[in-house]
Design a protein around this ligand. Structure first.
Ligand code: DAH
Length: 340
């Protein structure tokens, strides 16, 4: 064994059993100012050129090997420390759970959206989504809502910039434009989502709520198709053949427009406080797509017709579960939520 080989052998043996502090000592013992290997390198000038080359090469190689061995040991020590720490801190979770396990559940609004989507899927609709931050074009202009319309007032809409271009969508109807922009007819989609209105909250209003939008565009879509699909939806969603009526109404983006009332679920149409003795409850807005809306996405309104509808999820959930205050949905009171 050459001199340098012996030095390396000894050093390796020391490294094997060292802790962090000892490793530091070994480093200075070998590579420090007066370290063993440093000294050899310093003394090279005493040797012949031939020996100088060989000893220099071997010493530098020894240096690299020892450095990497020290590093390896250091990493190994660190790992051991972490494992020891984890073992010390190991949690015994067996006593946290008890039987029967407490079950979480979906929020009633999420449940209603899921039920609605399932019902619409069974009627052949696909599901699309749109952004909650919209531009004036998608939320108003493309939907034929004129510049001076009251809905565009700062009192009703949350604008995000002083130019009144970016805003929080006030309804899911911009979803119609986004879908039509991306694809050609035939289209049959629903767009669920959260919407925002700049208004103070009370038992039946909230500045944040949910809607689900429906859209069908194809050749020869008629108002009758709309009546059939919405009646089927209502019967299927409420699992009961409630009476349904279409009442003429007005929306900028549909012509003709209608509002749909359903037989009051509270009194089954006999008349009560909830339906203000009319026997009917207003449920959604709908109509045939206005030619200007089709035009805004460059659809030929001579060739295609379509219907759209939009309904408030909170309102329908309140009807279904007989809830009388919309604010209950947002308070996260477990006594309320656990009933669903
Ligand atoms: N966007 C309307 C609203 O927020 C609801 C609505 C009415 C949507 C008629 C429609 C529709 O698609 O055809 O009050």
């Amino acid at each position: 064994m050459s001199n340098i080989e012996r030095i390396i052998y000894e050093a390796m043996e020391k490294i094997k059993n060292s802790d962090d502090e000892m490793l530091e000592n070994i480093r200075s013992e070998y590579f420090g100012k007066n370290g063993i290997l440093t000294k050899i390198l310093k003394s090279l000038s005493h040797y012949s050129i031939e020996d100088r080359k060989r000893i220099g090469f071997e010493t530098n190689k020894a240096k690299t090997n020892l450095e990497s061995e020290i590093e390896k040991r250091r990493k190994g020590l660190k790992k051991t420390l972490i494992v020891q720490k984890m073992q010390r801190e190991k949690l015994d979770c067996s006593s946290i759970f008890y039987f029967p396990f407490p079950k979480g559940s979906f929020h009633p609004i999420v449940q209603t959206i899921q039920d609605m989507i399932l019902t619409f899927k069974s009627l052949g609709f696909l599901v699309a989504e749109g952004p909650e931050i919209e531009t004036d074009w998608y939320n108003f202009e493309a939907l034929n809502i004129p510049k001076n319309h009251p809905a565009k007032d700062i009192q009703d809409t949350f604008y995000l910039d002083s130019m009144k271009n970016l805003l929080l969508r006030t309804h899911t109807s911009p979803g119609q434009i986004r879908v039509m922009e991306k694809q050609k007819p035939p289209i049959k989609v629903v767009v669920p989502g959260r919407v925002y209105r700049n208004e103070s909250s009370d038992a039946s209003h909230s500045s944040t709520f949910h809607q689900i939008e429906g859209l069908r565009v194809d050749k020869n879509v008629t108002f009758l198709d709309l009546k059939i699909i919405l009646t089927k939806f209502i019967h299927s969603f409420f699992c009961y053949e409630l009476n349904v009526r279409f009442r003429p109404s007005y929306f900028q983006f549909t012509e003709p427009s209608a509002e749909v009332d359903v037989q009051c679920l509270f009194c089954m149409g006999r008349g009560c406080k909830v339906c203000k003795n009319s026997g009917w409850i207003e449920m959604l807005g709908c109509g045939m797509l206005h030619p200007n809306v089709l035009g805004s996405v460059n659809y030929d309104s001579e060739l295609y017709t379509g219907y759209a509808f939009g309904m408030g999820v909170e309102r329908i959930t309140m009807l279904k579960y007989k809830i009388d205050d919309i604010r209950l949905f947002y308070e996260n009171d477990l006594r309320f939520l656990k009933q669903f």
